[in-house]
Design a protein. Structure first.
Length: 334
C-alpha cells in the first residue's frame, strides 16, 4: 500500500511524492527494509545550534515552538541527520500535544505546530528515495498512573495530535519515551482508533523508557511491558532514552527472546555527566556504533537510532558500521 505524502518544492507549492525506494525494480516501503536507522537527538542538538532568543517567543524549553518561528533551524537539523545516513526522521513534535503545549499557552496551535513539524522534515527529505518520516508522539508531562491526568483527557489530547500528524502526512507513528504503561496503552489505543477511522494502515512503533534501576518510571519491568503491549498490532517495540546501550542489554535480550515483532534500540550516548558545568554524554561515535552493532548481531535488533546526546556524527558512525551487517534471525523462547 502506498501513502501519498506532501513535500514542498522550491517554489513553495505542495507537490505529491511517494516516500519509497526502489530495489531490484520493486518499490520498497519502510516495513520492507531489514534494518532501519533513525535520526539522533533533537533537544541536545538544538542546544548546540545558534538560535536567536526571539525564535523561542518567550517559550524557552519548548522545542516545538521553533516549528513556528525558526523553521530553518529544524530543517537544518533534519538535513544534518540525513547527510549522516539516517533513513527515518522523527518530526519535531515530541511535546506537540495540547497537554504539553498548554504549559506555554500554545494549546490552540496543536494542528499548526504538528503540521509544520511534518512539513519541515519533508522539506529536508526533498523527495529523496529511501527516506521516511516518523510522527513523534512523546509521553507528555502528566502521567495517569500517578494521578496527574485523567485517561479520557490524555486520550483526547493524544488523538488530536495524531490526527494532525496523519493529516500532514507521515509514514509511521513513533509512540516514544513511554514512562507509564497506562499512558502507553492510552496512546496506542488512540493511535489505532484514529488510523481505523481514517482507513489508513501505517506502521506504529512503541518505545519505552527503562530507568537505570531496571523499570519504567512507575515501576513496570520489561516483562510487564511485553505482556501488556503484545495484543497491539505493533510494527516494533523497543527502548529509548534514560540510559546508554550497556544498561539496556538485559532488557533488549528479554525482548529478543519474548517479543514476536521487530525490536528498536534508540539509547542515550551513555549516562550524562557534568563536565565543566555542562551536561556531557560520554560515548564516542565509534563506541556507540560498536555497542549497537552487537545488538543486531547477537539479539536481532533491526531498528536503531540515537536519543539524548547523539549527534550527526553518532548517526554517521552507526550508518557506516551497519554497511555490511544483517540482524540476526531470532528464535523466540516461547
Amino acid at each position: 500500500m502506498f501513502y501519498g505524502l506532501f513535500s514542498f518544492a522550491r517554489n513553495g507549492k505542495c507537490t505529491l511524492a511517494i516516500s519509497a525506494s526502489r530495489i531490484e525494480g520493486q518499490i520498497m516501503s519502510l516495513t520492507d527494509h531489514p534494518l532501519l536507522i533513525f535520526d539522533g537527538a533533537c533537544g541536545t542538538n538544538l542546544q548546540r545550534m545558534e538560535i536567536p532568543d526571539t525564535a523561542w517567543a518567550g517559550c524557552d524549553g519548548c522545542n516545538e515552538v521553533l516549528n513556528l518561528h525558526a523553521p530553518e533551524v529544524i530543517v537544518e537539523l533534519h538535513c544534518q541527520m540525513l547527510a549522516a545516513g539516517a533513513m527515518v526522521l522523527e518530526t519535531n513534535s515530541f511535546g506537540g500535544s495540547s497537554v504539553v503545549l498548554a504549559e506555554y499557552g500554545l494549546q490552540d496551535q496543536v494542528k499548526q505546530i504538528n503540521r509544520l513539524a511534518v512539513e519541515h522534515a519533508r522539506t529536508a527529505i526533498a523527495g529523496q528515495s529511501g527516506c521516511y518520516l516518523a510522527g513523534s508522539v512523546g509521553p507528555g508531562t502528566k502521567l495517569p498512573s500517578l494521578g496527574h491526568i485523567e485517561v479520557a483527557e490524555l486520550a483526547r489530547s493524544t488523538r488530536e495530535q495524531i490526527e494532525a500528524l496523519l493529516e500532514a502526512g507521515v509514514d509511521c507513528l513513533m509512540i516514544e519515551t513511554c514512562q507509564d504503561l497506562l499512558q502507553t496503552k492510552t496512546a496506542l489505543v488512540a493511535a489505532f482508533e484514529v488510523l481505523k477511522s481514517a482507513k489508513l494502515e501505517l506502521p506504529v512503533l512503541a518505545s519505552v523508557t527503562i530507568e537505570q534501576q531496571g523499570t519504567m518510571l512507575v515501576g513496570s519491568d520489561i516483562a510487564a511491558v511485553v505482556a501488556t503491549l503484545e495484543p497491539f498490532p505493533l510494527f516494533s517495540l523497543g527502548l529509548n532514552c534514560a540510559t546508554g546501550p550497556q544498561d539496556m542489554k538485559s532488557h533488549i535480550h528479554y525482548l529478543s527472546q519474548h517479543w514476536p515483532q521487530r525490536i528498536s534500540c534508540i539509547p542515550n550516548q551513555g549516562l550524562p555527566e557534568v563536565v565543566d558545568g555542562q551536561t556531557h554524554y560520554p560515548l564516542t561515535p565509534e563506541q556507540f556504533a560498536e555497542q549497537m552493532a552487537a545488538f543486531a548481531l547477537e539479539e536481532g535488533v533491526s531498528i536503531f537510532g540515537g536519543c539524548c546526546g547523539s549527534s550527526p556524527e553518532h548517526i554517521r558512525a552507526l550508518a557506516d558500521r551497519f554497511t555490511d551487517i544483517q540482524p540476526k534471525q531470532r528464535e523466540l523462547s516461547r
